[in-house]
Design a protein around this ligand. Structure first.
Ligand SMILES: O=c1ccn([C@@H]2O[C@H](COP(=O)(O)OP(=O)(O)O[C@H]3O[C@H](CO)[C@@H](O)[C@H](O)[C@H]3O)[C@@H](O)[C@H]2O)c(=O)[nH]1
Ligand SMILES: [Mn+2]
Length: 577
């Protein structure tokens, strides 16, 4: 990429915000016509309530359902009118900040070695270790809520494998940098050097995968394996998933001159964490693990930017950190940015996508529409945070938000042992007692969708988060539910959790009143009101069919002109979706 003259580039912004096509005047006019149609349906229902007993209640029920659909349509319209897209300029960032980029801490969460196999977890870890970013500024933390020695073993294997994987990725500009995803692609390279190294690296990856899977299957680790690292001493017969002490092991200490890859380049820091779990102590699920990660990382590397990922979501673009930093480091607006959220995209979409995991309306329109009101939702993964805003800082006009050129200078003089001991205390159950963790600091507790509620509170403290949908290459790819029971469990948890927020004191119309724009409050409710939408929908799909069988008319007769209204409005609504 040609470097433009530095003087010329100086004053230019690091990102741009453009209004989406659909926000144009024609779309507004279209919206108004649909609204008129909806009002006419309401009027028709009200003025034609049957006087006879038969069908009266069914009619009123239809009216209620249509009232709800109309109301819900209005709140969805609020986000459709304001769709905006963001465009970062990473080359300007590199020209301007080159070697002054901030340190970044990356959190990966896992909770169960059976559901989330250790090989999948380390693929995510390896993909983020090999980011196209100065490795001395990267620290990767794996939080293992399963407290499993197999996950620890897999991470130890990954720390060894990274020594050749990172140079391989950088030399051949490999994408994506998750070995499993990369090796599953068709390989048709003419470059003989790459072909040779490709084969050798693939073989080593597969050997490692085999060792990990064999150990997991066997259900125990051999003595030779356990002798390789002092960390295994933490596991004894008393350690179970629900009951164990804090375990913190720094597998790679990025400060050490000996922590280098096969090409002699520095390696990123790599830390394993299993926070303390006791049966009598609530662990607060993922929110609890994220808060332990925030504290432990502040002890070890304390980077001002945090990337948070689920273990099933690997990095698909090695430049994603630089792109996200454009939103934080822009001289004019960057200091207001609390987090940069990417859409949730998946790499296991089936042909017919029967559970609608692609969610293109959500990702391309609704989330971008809420962002138009500076209120991007936090979705729990694929999100870059400013540490300060995540820890509860309120935005103020005087806030400068400089992202220091930090390479954890303050911790230079502390040994690995001291850092591990210090971190363990921070990951203890008792640490949070009587503190603001889970309330004002870190992720919020007590809600099944800790991400949405945490994002809302951050915005209400004055920050302006960003939603970024990269046009060319998706930054992260995850694994979507592929069976009915998985999809049902996930949707039930989401809709229940979100409705719970609506009914609590955090309802955006109350909590967000005067703090975030009305459009943003309505935008939140598109999701928070998912659950109650099921009642009118159920009503609408069952009652008219029953009434039809009994000969009760709920719709105007075909000869009447207003029949067109029903079909017309339905057609227009589907067009807008
Ligand atoms: O006690 C727990 C439970 C879960 N997790 C991790 O949290 C992530 C998400 O959990 P999962 O069970 O996979 O839930 P999903 O429904 O797939 O998660 C989506 O929805 C959640 C709630 O909104 C968000 O937190 C997630 O980021 C988002 O991907 C996974 O990496 C888990 O390993 C923990 O670390 N500790
Ligand atoms: Mn998941």
């Amino acid at each position: 990429m040609g470097r433009a003259g530095e003087g010329e580039e100086d004053g230019l912004p690091l990102f741009e915000t453009r209004v989406g096509k659909k926000s144009r005047v024609a779309y507004r006019i279209f919206g108004i016509t649909v609204f008129i149609g909806i009002c006419m349906i309401w009027v028709y229902r009200l003025t034609h309530i049957p006087t006879a007993e038969q069908g009266r209640w069914a009619w009123i029920g239809m009216f209620m359902a249509e009232l709800w659909f109309g109301f819900y349509w209005i709140i969805t319209l609020s986000v459709r009118l304001n769709v905006t897209y963001r465009y970062p300029f990473k080359h300007r960032l590199i020209t301007r900040y080159g070697d002054k980029l901030p340190a970044v801490d990356i959190f990966v969460c896992t909770a169960d070695p059976k559901i989330e196999p250790p090989t999948m977890v380390i693929n995510t870890v390896l993909s983020v270790m090999s980011y196209n970013y100065p490795p001395e500024k990267l620290s990767i933390y794996l939080s293992d809520d399963g407290g499993s020695e197999f996950t620890f073993y897999a991470l130890m294997e990954a720390s060894q494998f990274s020594k050749l994987w990172i140079p391989f990725c950088k030399k051949f500009r490999v994408e994506p940098r998750s070995p499993a995803a990369y090796f599953s692609q068709n390989f048709n390279q003419q470059n003989p050097k790459l072909a040779e190294e490709w084969l050798a690296t693939k073989k080593l990856y597969e050997d490692m995968k085999f060792r990990i899977e064999a150990a997991t299957e066997k259900g125990r680790l051999s003595k030779e394996v356990k002798d390789q690292h002092k960390g295994f001493l933490e596991w004894n017969s008393q350690v179970t998933k629900q009951d164990h002490q804090s375990i913190v092991q720094i597998l790679i200490d990025g400060r050490k001159p000996s922590a280098v890859d096969d090409d002699g380049h520095q390696l990123p820091t790599l830390v394993y964490l299993a926070r303390e779990k006791r049966p009598q102590c609530p662990h607060n699920f993922k929110a609890g693990s994220m808060n332990a990660l925030i504290r432990v990382s502040s002890e070890i590397s304390n980077a001002p930017i945090i990337l948070n990922l689920d273990c099933d979501m690997y990095s698909n673009d090695s430049d994603a950190i630089k792109e996200a930093l454009c939103f934080f480091m822009d001289e004019k607006h960057g200091h207001k940015t609390s987090y940069v959220q990417h859409p949730q995209s998946y790499n296991n979409i089936t042909k017919n996508d029967i559970y609608s995991n692609v969610a293109s309306t959500t990702n391309l329109i609704e989330l971008a529409g809420i962002d138009g009101y500076n209120a991007a939702l936090y979705c729990g993964t694929g999100c870059f945070h400013r540490r300060e805003s995540l820890c509860g800082l309120k935005y103020s006009e005087n806030y400068r938000g400089e992202l220091k050129n930090s390479v954890c200078d303050t911790k230079k003089d502390r040994t690995v042992h001291e850092l591990e001991q210090g971190s363990k205390i921070l990951a203890n159950c008792s640490y949070e007692k009587g503190t603001q963790w889970g309330k004002e600091m870190g992720l919020m507790y007590g809600c099944p969708v800790e991400d949405i509620i945490t994002g809302l509170t951050i915005q209400c403290r004055g920050w302006k988060p960003v939603y970024y949908y990269p046009e060319t290459r998706k930054a992260f790819l995850g694994i979507a539910p592929t069976t009915l029971d998985q999809a049902l469990v996930q949707h039930k948890r989401w809709s229940e959790g979100m409705f719970q927020i609506f009914l609590s004191k955090y309802c955006p119309f109350i909590y967000g009143h005067g703090k975030i724009k009305l459009g943003a409050q309505m935008g939140y409710c598109v999701y928070l009101l998912w659950a109650p939408c099921s009642f009118p929908t159920l009503y609408y799909v069952t009652i008219p069919s029953i009434c039809l069988l009994r000969g009760v008319a709920l719709f105007p007769e075909a000869s009447r002109t207003n029949l067109g209204l029903f079909y017309g409005s339905t057609f227009a609504l589907s067009l807008m979706a």
